[in-house]
Each structure stands twice: as structure tokens, then as C-alpha cells.
Design a protein around this ligand. Sequence first.
Ligand code: PBG
Length: 329
Amino acid sequence: MAAETLDKQRPRRLRVSPCIRKLVSETLINPRQLVAPIFVRPGRGIVEPIKSMPGINRYSVDTVGEYVSELADVGIEAVLLFGIPAVKDEIGSSAYDREGVVPKAISAVRDSVSSTAIIADVCLCEYTSHGHCGIIKDGAVDNDGTLPLLGKAAVAYAEAGADIVAPSAMMDHQVRAIRGALDISGHEHTAIMGYSAKYASSFYGPFRDAAGSVPSFGDRKGYQIGPSNRREAMKEIALDIQEGADIIMVKPALAYLDVIAEARRRFNVPIAAYSVSGEYSMLKAAGSMGLVNENEAMLELLLSIKRAGADIIITYHAAEAARASISQR
Ligand code: PBG
């Protein structure tokens, strides 16, 4: 550039005042694209704090509706439900029990706030006595034997009124199996959000404590993606789209922003990023130790996920972020 043109460039002009800065902001956090994960459990009148996740509770079926309507009041109109069953067994029966905790919670939420989008997590790990995401055969997770059970769970949740089912078991062909099971039972309008690029991450620690789903032997490296691999994530996403996923997901979010960005470039479907329990609790810990301004850091981290290219962000900070983005207006 010629010297005189260069002299005319003053990037700080667009930073001089809050109104100008707002006008030129390239990325926004909009509560309508935030999803709040919720843990539901059996019992009555229960709002039980989760130690490893300050500010997050487990709700019984009769208290979850009120919580979801409070979320709607601050602008969060999408929830992702996880069930913690009364009994766990070898084959995760409670996951696909029509009278189970998740179908009941879905009806309760539907009764109290008809306009909230209900997403139901589909996996066996919260429901199996061994804590793995599928059934066990000869000491290993049996991929193809698990598929019909995931299909049954998805149908039970769709029947109860879920808008979207979200398979997180990382079994090969799980999206195809679930799409088939939904279609054959008349739920062709129930959408699938695939946990397509789900990494074997240490950031799930607090969730496993919350859901009591720590594997009793081995780990999940035989089915979740290794942190070193991005091309493999692209392959998983492409397969999920071919199998019928309507929305794809990258999980966790912060340590995988490059994966979100690459998925955004390659695929023309809505992308969800799941900012997981460990990301949440890490910031809570830093905030409570006075190391960072928690609210500002939260918005900065959420912006990084948006900037990387996510449309939807699933985050335990959803309600706080909605309140913060309202007060920033
Ligand atoms: C599996 C599932 C997990 C999470 C969401 N779905 C746990 C796992 O794979 O161990 C983790 C979410 C989080 O850490 O917030 N059903």
C-alpha cells in the first residue's frame, strides 16, 4: 500500500466508543442458539446440587418443568436431557423403558413449557451397571448388538415428545439405526443431532460424577476419537450426514476449535459445539479463586466457539450467558 493510503488507515476509529464497537462486532452470542443440559433423576421434590459442577443440579421429574420455564424466561428455549435411572443393569434397560425417567421428564417439560425445544441424549452409559456406552460381549463393547437398543431408546423419547434425539454412544452406524427405527415407527419428523466428532476427553470428568457413569473397567478409547486426530473427525461427520444426521456436533468445544472451524468449511449442515462439564467446572474454579472475571471470561470463551463456526452451543453456562448478554445490551 502506498504511504499516503496507509496513513488513512486507523483501525482504532472503530474502537473509540461502545456504540461503534457494538456496531462492528462480527460475532454475537444469541440465547436462542444456546442449549442447557439438564440431569433428571427419579424421586419427588428434588433439586440436588452436583458437587463437581457448582450451580448445576439434578432435578426430579416433578421439579424439572419449573426449571425449564425459568430458563425460558431468560431466553433459553432448548434443553438437552440426560437421565440418571433408579436401576442400572448389564444391558441398560432403563434407557429404553417407556416409563423411564427421560420419557417422564420429556412429558413434564412439554406440559410446563410447550415452546421449548426438547433434545434427548441417547446413550447407554448412564444406564449400564458397567458404565460403558454399549452392551458388553466377550469383554468388549458390542457395536452391532447395541444399535437396536439405541433405536428403541430414540423411539421411546420421540414418543414422549422429544423434538430431537442426540446419539452420543459413538457406535458405528448409530445414526442410520436410529433414523430407521424412528421412521418405521412414524417419527420421521424427529430430528437427529449426531455427536459425530466426540473425542475421548478428560474434560468429561464432572459429568461422569454427575451421572455416575465412570466405566467400571477400561476406558472409552475404543469408541471415542483420539485427541490427536482431525481428519478422522471429518470422516465421522461425513458418515453421520450420509446416515441421516440433521445436525452434527463437535465435543468438547474449547480444545477442538480447529475441528469446529474445519467442519464449518466442509459441511453445509448446522453445527453444534458441546462445551462440556470439565470446561464449565474449570472456569467456575478459576472464578471462585479470583483468578479471572468469571462472567467476562465465560462470554469470551463462548465467542471463541461461535467464531470458530458453531451455530448451536450446548453449555452449562446457558442461563448465565443469557442473563449476561441481556445486561450487555
Ligand atoms: C455419554 C455422554 C457423556 C457426555 C455427554 N454424553 C459422557 C461420556 O462420554 O463419558 C459428557 C458431557 C459433559 O462432560 O458435559 N452419554
